[in-house]
Design a protein around this ligand. Structure first.
Ligand SMILES: Cc1ncc(COP(=O)(O)O)c(C=O)c1O
Length: 388
């Protein structure tokens, strides 16, 4: 963890001697700048799609070092529109992670495809390249890979992209939890044919609801921009020329105004998350639990700080007694969800994902944590193990 300071005690600590207050698992921070920008927009009156959305797209593309960006109503819409733009066809099989929010696999189904799950690496919780390779050896109907950068840690993109090149597959990065994460100095969003982000309020930056597709491929950007606007033809005659089937997945200008203000603060937010993570890493290292890993060359942005222990449920209860919010991401792997019962590719046993689902617990790591909040989290976890 190179650019953080494990001993740093920064952050607000308004009442250091008072009673510990509840520590929420997420606490989105919308500053005065976001308010000012929204007020300006309300005065302007162009509330739906408009120039503010174009500005957000340009700024987000620049942040990701991508040629193009297409704003969407949310991250799920970004994933769905991207797969439609890539030209996924009925029954096309796409490899993805079983250990993610259900939207990753839902997007494949919404675009007519078949999600095929490959197991995860038990340390990074992201798609294991060896498992992807095994699936590719067993099936000849795979057309793409949709890796998920889970909890803010990039998936093993170099190895996955090598496999994709070898088998002539597309790659769509699900970067919904990883704004600003890097591999070898390159931000996520630059590895696949396209990448998708979410701006849901708990994410590293928010726009209320919102999403973004980034890509260097003009064809994907053009088709996705059309798909999110009912297949509208950019050069149509009267604004009502619809070249293809599409959806209303457009971002609002209000969301874009919030998103632009948040993007400016993303580096500061990610630094605070990394500093909080470093604080926990150091103070939980000697306990019988696993702290998050950050493989060499990667920059984790700690959308979640997820620890792993066989006594997950008891630890969660202890934290809850002290009003420390926690989250289990995810208690049911996607292939075990009721909505996937009828999906034949969900029948596989994926032991690493299934075990992780029983043992992971995320504790608050967001930028709004005070020094006292962090101490409360550490002391509660330590007390829990001291009394075992
Ligand atoms: C990994 C992942 N993929 C996709 C999504 C979908 O994003 P949204 O909630 O903005 O539709 C999320 C959001 O929670 C996510 O975490």
């Amino acid at each position: 963890m190179s650019d953080s300071e494990p001993n740093a005690e920064s952050g607000p600590d308004i009442d250091p001697d008072g009673e510990p207050t509840p520590v929420p698992i997420a606490d989105p921070e919308l500053g005065a700048d976001a308010r000012t920008r929204v007020e300006a927009l309300l005065a302007d009156g162009r509330l739906a799609d408009g120039p503010e959305v174009r500005r957000f797209e340009a700024e987000f593309a620049a942040y990701c070092n991508a040629d193009e960006a297409v704003a969407t109503a949310n991250g799920t819409a970004a994933l769905h529109a991207t797969l439609e733009a890539i030209g996924l066809e009925e029954g096309d099989a796409v490899i993805t992670s079983p250990f993610s929010f259900v939207a990753s696999a839902n997007a494949i189904r919404l675009a007519g495809g078949k999600p095929v799950f490959a197991d995860i690496d038990p340390e990074t919780y992201t798609l294991a390249p060896a498992e992807v390779e095994r699936v590719l050896g067993e099936r000849d109907d795979i057309v793409g890979i949709l890796p998920v950068h889970l909890y803010g840690l990039p998936a093993a993109m170099p190895a996955l992209c090598d496999l994709a090149a070898e088998h002539d597959l597309f790659v769509v990065e699900d970067a919904c939890q990883a704004h600003g994460a890097k591999i070898d100095g390159r931000r996520v969003g630059q590895f696949g044919d396209a990448a998708c982000f979410s701006f849901y309020p708990t994410k590293n930056m928010t726009s209320g609801e919102g999403g973004m597709i980034v890509t260097d491929r003009d064809d994907i950007a053009d088709r996705a921009a059309s798909y999110v606007d009912h297949g509208r033809q950019a050069d149509g005659t009267d604004g009502y020329d619809h070249a293809a089937l599409g959806h209303n997945y457009r971002m609002t200008s209000i969301a874009a105004a919030i998103g632009r203000a948040q993007l400016e603060r993303l580096p500061e937010f990610n630094r605070a998350r990394r500093e909080n993570a470093a604080y926990y890493d150091e103070r939980l290292a000697d306990l019988p639990l696993e702290t998050p890993t950050e493989p060499a060359g990667t920059r984790h942005v700690y959308h979640q700080y997820t620890i792993r222990t066989a006594e997950r449920d008891a630890l969660k209860a202890t934290l809850s007694e002290r009003d420390v919010g926690t989250g289990i991401y995810y208690e049911t792997p996607i292939h075990r969800q009721p909505a996937y019962e009828t999906v034949s590719t969900a029948a596989a046993r994926l032991p690493r994902a299934e075990r992780a689902a029983q043992e992971v617990l995320s504790v608050p790591v967001h930028p709004g944590l005070s020094k006292r909040d962090r101490r409360t989290v550490v002391e509660t976890v330590r007390d829990h193990f001291a009394t075992q």
